[in-house]
Design a protein around this ligand. Structure first.
Ligand SMILES: NC(=O)c1ccc[n+]([C@@H]2O[C@H](COP(=O)([O-])OP(=O)(O)OC[C@H]3O[C@@H](n4cnc5c(N)ncnc54)[C@H](O)[C@@H]3O)[C@@H](O)[C@H]2O)c1
Length: 423
């Protein structure tokens, strides 16, 4: 059967395209009565249909009139349009309508194969070394264990390792030992200096992975120049290296819904995606090595500024006498809404799950935000690009750190605004 040759009481031209896809991909019957919901009676296939490239071209509710394409460019347009004159079908075929149908089915089949491969990889057990079990690393490692991967973890904190061991992971006495038999090694560390030590130290990762073609994934937030240097060293050691910093906070890490911003070749991205999928919902290829960090730094520049802005507004509202919960609710349904107001609102009690409500603990440390704004302002200096608000926000977090609040969640910056005795 050719695209354009199907019609009559069973399927429409457009319906057929979708049916044919279903047949090729999901073994559903080719002919089904027009008017039935696509893939009705087969919930699993229907769910898959949502990802079908022809979604939207659904079988119409009433049988479509038999019609031919006026020319190939009409494919995909409304089938209820005025029928083309007789003989136009031959034109359509001559212009490639049939060929497009075949190409389309082949494309769909390739997409199916790609998805199957992806699913196979996601369910395959990998040997993973994991270094850095802090606020973010610990829940991420947990999710890898939950997904069935064989995890060997290391942290300088024995307590952090004990917690993970209780969840079913192996622990190791050094990064080298954690990486010994690994296919992938993930690092989730505070800053570039820690990553360098863990990679190149005597008991570091490179000592175990030389010429073994292990893939190293660094999810810490560090500067792009360091990433390029680490990737170079890794390649010399016979290992692949991708930067894959994250966004989503500790809540996203626990829920497995992080966004990963991946820098590296397309092949490297495809290779790490199944592993990262156990910890995140959005795995985005940003471009070549270090572009993941560029995306992350720019995102955190916004975050540092918006948190200072929301703090300023919430403290002003308090001083002017409005109930902070009411003000928070208004902002969160108005144009001021942002993650700093609706998820991590700095005013205690406005958002139940926010670090501010639990004494500014367990979130994203002020010193880490200070580091990220430093990365942004440094990168901006090299690019000769102004970052007016970023530089000002950096000074606010610097002041917090100087006052000894570096380990508190960065939303504690509101303390700089609230009146003495209120905090
Ligand atoms: N916390 C967040 O919300 C968040 C969000 C996105 C990105 N990040 C980034 O993720 C990274 C980690 O953040 P975090 O909040 O988990 O930090 P954290 O300080 O809570 O955890 C870091 C962990 O690394 C361990 N560590 C330090 N040096 C080590 C070494 N040499 N060997 C082994 N372990 C070592 C520490 O003991 C600690 O457990 C940072 O780069 C941060 O900027 C954090």
């Amino acid at each position: 059967m050719k695209c354009g040759d199907v019609g009559g009481p069973w399927v429409s031209v457009k319906g057929w395209r979708c049916e044919r896809l279903s047949f090729a991909c999901f073994s559903l019957p080719l002919q089904r009565k027009v008017g039935a919901a696509p893939h009705r009676g087969n919930a699993r296939a229907a769910r898959r249909h949502r990802g079908c490239p022809h979604r939207g071209q659904q079988t119409p509710a009433t049988p479509a009139p038999r019609r031919r394409y006026r020319d190939a460019s009409e494919q995909g347009k409304d089938t209820t349009a005025t029928p083309a004159p007789r003989g136009a079908n031959a034109d359509a075929r001559a212009k490639g309508a049939t060929h497009n149908g075949n190409a389309c089915a082949a494309k769909a089949q390739r997409e199916c194969q790609r998805r199957k491969k992806q699913t196979d990889l996601e369910t395959q057990q990998m040997k993973i070394g994991f270094i850095g079990l802090g606020n973010m690393g610990a829940p991420m490692a947990h999710n890898l264990v939950k997904a069935g991967h064989a995890l060997t973890a290391y942290d300088v904190s024995a307590e952090a390792m004990q917690t993970l061991a209780a969840a079913g992971a192996k622990t190791a006495p050094s990064p080298k030992a954690a990486a010994q038999d690994a296919d992938f090694v993930i690092t989730m560390l505070p800053a570039a200096a820690h990553v360098k030590a863990v990679l190149t130290g005597e008991e570091g990762i490179f000592a175990a992975t030389a010429k073994k073609n292990v893939t190293i994934i660094d999810s810490s937030t560090i500067d792009p120049a360091s990433v390029k240097a680490f990737a170079e060293l890794a390649n010399q050691n016979g290992n692949a290296f991708v930067d894959a910093p994250v966004s989503g906070g500790t809540g996203g890490a626990a829920a497995g819904t992080l966004t990963f911003m991946v820098g590296g070749s397309k092949e490297a991205y495809e290779h790490v995606k199944p592993v990262l999928s156990a910890m995140g919902k959005n795995i985005v290829h940003c471009g070549d090595t270090s572009t993941g960090q560029v995306a992350k730094i720019c995102n955190n520049l916004v975050l540092g500024i918006t948190m200072a802005g929301v703090s300023e507004a919430m403290a002003l509202g308090e001083a002017l006498g409005i109930d902070p919960a009411v003000l928070g609710g208004i902002i969160n349904t108005s144009t001021g809404r942002c993650w700093s107001s609706d998820t991590y609102n700095p005013f205690p009690g406005v958002i139940e799950m926010a670090p501010s409500t639990r004494g500014y603990t367990g979130g994203f440390g002020t010193d880490l935000m200070l580091k990220d704004l430093g990365l942004a302002t440094d990168a901006a200096k090299h690019a000769r690009q102004p970052v007016y608000l970023g530089a000002l926000a950096q000074q606010l977090y610097q002041t917090m750190s100087t006052k000894g609040a570096g380990r508190l969640d960065f939303s504690a910056v509101i303390k700089l605004y609230r009146k003495e005795g209120n905090t």
